[in-house]
Each structure stands twice: as structure tokens, then as C-alpha cells.
Write a protein that binds this ligand. Structure first.
Ligand SMILES: Nc1ncnc2c1ncn2[C@@H]1O[C@H](COP(=O)(O)OP(=O)(O)OP(=O)(O)O)[C@@H](O)[C@H]1O
Ligand SMILES: [Mg+2]
Length: 301
């Protein structure tokens, strides 16, 4: 039995043991280009979801820079590596930040997951499945670009928020990212919803205009449905809040950007009638997809 098959069995057994287990909604925030506002989006949506009474955990999967923790103003004591190598429990590696938003630092944990024994994998999956009971929504903050790790997260995601800004390079980089995603062997268009967030724009009209530059090319050349989620205005108060290491939604709750995040969070919570209903897959399935995918890729499948 190969690693991927072992893992599928673990997930299956885990699901059968707990049939009525609630599953968390996993939203992955990404962008084609760096520095466009992913981490601010992740953290402010988390705060807004909390204000609506949801339990939220952010997973910082951007291994290069410790983004979220800087914005939280809190340095987490542990990361995903400690779960794997130090035998910590998932609850031990969650740092609780402002407004009780949970935060898990990925560290280099995920890249080290691929060659673990069955016992280790079982331990991780069982622990990650616990997140489904702790959180209603898990927001994953990824790095920018089409590097392997980012694509793995995106392929595993049911729901993707693609952040873009008005710079021309942001449009071409967003297109490149979507193209790489579409070409990814395990990508399933049917099981993925891609929502575009226009950041640092002057108005919602400008946000729409930005989306309308990307959408036709994506529809024509990639045949990938994407939808417009909304716009976050350029806001000096957001810049200031970053310097103050407090999310704008807390520091300046009435700021233009904070209000926009509030609206976007409300929109994400609404059932959208005709629009594809997002299937909740839960955290264990999310990770198993990442791990088994790597194994299958390595096997040339
Ligand atoms: N709506 C906005 N108004 C004004 N400034 C903004 C806005 N959004 C982001 N910024 C600025 O852009 C900077 C980068 O934002 P952020 O760290 O969220 O981007 P990122 O996409 O996570 O970056 P990276 O790719 O490095 O992880 C912020 O520090 C802030 O100064
Ligand atoms: Mg970031």
C-alpha cells in the first residue's frame, strides 16, 4: 500500500468513526503577485467573521515570511512542525490573537509531511480533523505566485479568494496563476470556486473594471469561471494599522477599508442562490489532498 492509499484509508476510517462531524469551511487567500494585500485580507476577514459570531482560525501557509504574526503583534510559541516532530496537540499550536481569532503558523511543517510513517500521518490527520470542531471557518494565507506549495494549497481548496490590485503586472500575474492552476493535473474546476477581490482601488466601479479586464481573457483562454467578490479601497488608515501591528478592522473599525471588509465578509456568508454552493470539505481532507497529491505527482500519476 503506498502512502497516498494509506492516507485515504485513514481519512475514510476517521470519517466513518464520526459520521455527523461538522466540517469547517476552508477559504484560501492567494495572489499572482506579492504584496497585494493577502495577509491583510486574511486577517481582516477573520476579524469580521468573528464579529458575526463565527469561530475562525487562520493558517499561515506563507513559509517565507511570518506575515500574520507580525500583524497580530504576537509571536506564536509553536508551529505545525511541533505538531509533527514534538508530539504537540493541535490545540497547543494555536495562538489566540485579538478577538479570539486563532492562528496557526505553518513553519516549514507542511513541506516535511510527505515522507512520514503511517503513525505520524494518522496523528496529524486526527489532529487536523479536530480543527473542524474548533472552527467554523479556516482561512489559509498563502504566499504569492505559482510556486509548487501555493498551487498545492489552491488545488486542495474548495474556495479561493484571488487578490489583485490595479497595477498592470497584477493582472498578468493573476492570469499566470490561474493558468498554472488550470493546468495542474489534479485541479477540478467543478469543485473550486474562484472569487476575485480588487484591493487598493479608488471605488467599487474601479474594482469592477479591474475584474472586467481579467475575466474575459480567463473565460476565453482558460475557460475558467471566476466571479467578482468586491473591492477594498486604498486606505491610509490600513497602512497606518499595519505599522501599528493591529488589523485595521480593530484599530479603525470605521475606516473605509474596515467597512469594505465587513461587507465582503457578509457577502461571503450569504447563500448565493444560483452561484455554486461551496462544498465544505473540512481540514483533514484539505491536508490529505495536499499530501496524497504530492505522492501521486512523484509517482508520475
Ligand atoms: N487597501 C489598502 N490600502 C492601502 N494600503 C494597503 C491596502 N492593502 C494593502 N496595503 C499595503 O500593502 C502592504 C502589503 O499588504 P499585505 O502584507 O497584506 O500583502 P501580501 O499580499 O500579504 O504580501 P506578501 O505577498 O508579501 O505576503 C501593506 O503593508 C499595506 O501597507
Ligand atoms: Mg502576506
Amino acid at each position: 500500500m503506498d502512502q497516498a492509499e494509506k492516507l485515504r484509508n485513514i481519512i475514510k476510517q476517521n470519517n466513518e468513526a464520526l459520521p455527523a462531524r461538522p466540517l469547517a469551511r476552508v477559504i484560501t487567500v492567494t495572489s499572482g503577485k506579492g504584496g497585494v494585500g493577502k495577509s491583510n485580507t486574511a486577517i481582516n476577514l477573520a476579524i469580521q467573521f468573528r464579529k458575526m459570531g463565527q469561530r475562525v482560525i487562520i493558517l499561515d501557509a506563507d513559509f517565507g515570511l511570518a506575515n500574520i504574526e507580525i500583524m497580530f503583534g504576537t509571536v506564536p510559541k509553536h508551529n505545525l512542525c511541533d505538531l509533527i516532530y514534538q508530539g504537540k496537540n493541535i490545540k497547543d499550536i494555536i495562538t489566540w490573537g485579538p478577538h479570539d481569532v486563532g492562528f496557526i503558523s505553518g513553519g516549514s511543517g507542511i513541506s516535511g509531511m510527505y515522507n512520514l510513517s503511517r503513525e505520524y500521518l494518522e496523528y496529524i490527520i486526527v489532529n487536523l480533523a479536530e480543527l473542524d470542531a474548533i472552527a467554523d471557518t479556516i482561512i489559509v494565507d498563502t504566499g504569492a505566485g505559482i510556486g509548487g506549495a501555493v498551487l498545492e494549497f489552491l488545488v486542495a481548496s474548495g474556495e479561493i479568494i484571488l487578490v489583485m490590485t490595479p497595477e498592470p503586472t497584477s493582472i498578468t500575474d493573476s492570469y499566470s496563476l490561474l493558468k498554472a492552476l488550470k493546468q495542474s493535473p489534479r485541479f477540478s474546476g467543478e469543485n473550486t470556486v474562484i472569487k476575485v477581490l480588487a484591493n487598493r482601488v479608488n471605488s467599487d466601479t474601479d474594482g469592477h473594471a479591474l475584474f472586467n479586464k481579467l475575466n474575459p481573457v480567463v473565460a476565453k483562454y482558460l475557460k475558467l469561471p471566476i466571479s467578482y467578490l468586491g473591492a477594498i479601497p486604498y486606505d491610509p488608515q490600513l497602512e497606518r494599522s499595519v505599522m501599528q501591528q493591529t488589523p485595521v478592522s480593530i484599530q479603525y473599525p470605521n475606516a473605509r477599508s474596515a467597512k469594505a471588509f465587513e461587507q465582503i465578509a457578509a457577502r461571503l456568508n450569504r447563500k448565493e442562490g444560483a452561484v455554486v454552493e461551496v462544498k465544505k470539505r473540512g481540514m483533514a481532507a484539505f491536508f490529505s489532498h495536499i499530501i496524497t497529491g504530492r505522492k501521486l505527482d512523484e509517482a508520475g500519476a
